[in-house]
Design a protein around this ligand. Structure first.
Ligand SMILES: [Mg+2]
Length: 252
């Protein structure tokens, strides 16, 4: 088959409970050998692009800078030299977007990401005022809460919702399953793109809505979503990402 752009979800697809899924690294090598372009994607909004690439490489998943796509990367691709950005996120992400910090003048964009370490009233208030003055509100993702070893915690979406509520403006979401995320990550016509993930509410939804080929793996969230009848349906289902090269090779 002709070369495709293959977007591979990280958590639950390439990695599960801190371990690399057996055969995942070899699958990436085989896909590249067959001529496909491979990119890894994740909705993580707490890491800079470079830090995340290092983390993935430490897990022995073979990727280079520019091959891992996150909402932070999406934001960097979306902004122009004229953008002036107010960032509500932790220092690592703020520094990654620092090239767009407003030296003077009103912000053109407010970007909200993981701000567990930095959230305070003055920052939230400045973001509200900038959005009310016309800055575009960009949400790196809009999860309501996230789960950690010690229980559930307030996520980025709740902070975004506070600014939306006060300003009366709606955020543009950059993380999956948004069309922006797909368009910027794929950078290719949807007909040439395959999206592989474990989550029907994000990975499969995003692929189907964009017109790409969706593949669900039976790892990660697959078991939790198996019984749910009203979720988007993937084009293909495979046991794990290790089976992806064979699936692609079998296509006409
Ligand atoms: Mg996943």
């Amino acid at each position: 088959m002709e070369p495709r752009v293959i977007l591979l979800d990280l958590d639950g697809t390439l990695r599960e409970r801190g371990e690399v899924v057996p055969g995942a690294a070899q699958a990436i090598v085989e896909l590249r050998r067959a001529g496909h372009t491979v990119r890894v994607f994740t909705n993580t909004d707490s890491r800079s692009e470079a830090a995340l690439v290092q983390r993935v490489r430490r897990a022995r998943i073979p990727v280079a800078l520019g091959e891992v796509f996150t909402p932070v990367v999406a934001a960097k691709r979306l902004l122009t030299p004229d953008s002036r950005v107010l960032v509500l996120a932790d220092p690592e992400v703020r520094d990654d977007l620092a090239g767009h910090a407003p030296p003077a003048g009103d912000p053109t964009h407010v970007i909200v990401g993981d701000c567990r370490q930095t959230l305070d009233y003055p920052g939230l208030d400045a973001a509200f005022r900038a959005v009310r003055n016309g800055a575009e509100l960009l949400a790196l993702q809009r999860g309501r809460y996230f789960r950690a070893a010690d229980g559930d915690h307030l996520d980025t979406g709740a902070v975004v919702a506070a600014i939306e509520y006060a300003s009366g403006r709606s955020a543009r979401v950059l993380g999956k399953p948004s069309p922006d995320f797909f368009r910027l990550a794929a950078a290719a016509p949807a007909g040439r793109v395959w999206v592989v993930g474990d989550d029907r509410t994000t990975d499969i939804l995003m692929a189907n809505e964009a017109g790409a080929t969706s593949v669900q793996v039976r790892t990660g969230k697959y078991a939790d979503q198996r019984a749910a009848g009203d979720l988007p349906r993937p084009v293909h289902v495979i046991d794990s990402v290790a089976d992806l090269p064979a699936l692609l090779a079998a296509q006409p």
